[in-house]
Design a protein around this ligand. Structure first.
Ligand SMILES: [Zn+2]
Length: 161
């Protein structure tokens, strides 16, 4: 690896950690070792990364608000990343998360960036899909083993013809 490439890799890793991604994800996405990602995390936040599993998409989407939030964020992501079924575009994922946060949903209704990452993985693997609503045509998430049947969260929230 060239020195420049290594420098860029480190820069992206630090940026992703600052966005809130776990060291394991940062390691997967940038190629730096998990140990190095953990060291960076400790330097940035002054503490080690919390261990523990990230909620699976079906575990993260348990309320109507979380469902709307996830559908909206991932629709933005998919619209900006036409190849979302082939690979994860971290830059665009962060952008979609930031745009979606401008919705102003209460913090406790928002999913974490790590949970969004898991949903992006599910979209890539086909365990989650974006389905167009037959009424409004906007796309909403359908997640395998989701705790309720998929529906259009936008039509449910604002009604319509
Ligand atoms: Zn709809």
């Amino acid at each position: 690896m060239t020195a420049l490439r290594k420098h860029n890799q480190t820069e992206v890793a630090i940026w992703l950690l600052e966005c809130g991604f776990k060291p394991m994800i940062v390691s997967n996405q940038t190629g730096i070792s998990t140990q190095r990602a953990r060291e960076f995390h400790r330097e940035i936040y002054g503490i080690g990364s919390k261990s523990g599993q990230i909620k699976s998409p079906d575990g993260a989407i348990r309320t109507a608000t979380a469902y709307m939030s996830a559908s909206y964020c991932m629709s933005l992501y998919a619209a900006m990343t036409p190849e979302y079924k082939s690979w994860i575009d971290m830059g665009t994922l962060v952008r979609a998360i930031q745009l979606h946060q401008k919705l102003g949903l209460p913090k406790n209704c928002q999913l974490s960036c790590n949970e969004f990452y898991n949903i992006a993985l599910s979209l890539r693997s086909g365990c989650a899909t974006l389905e167009p609503c037959s009424k409004c045509s906007a796309k909403h998430l359908s997640v395998r083993r989701m705790h309720f049947a998929p529906y259009c969260p936008y039509c449910a929230a604002v009604g319509g013809p």
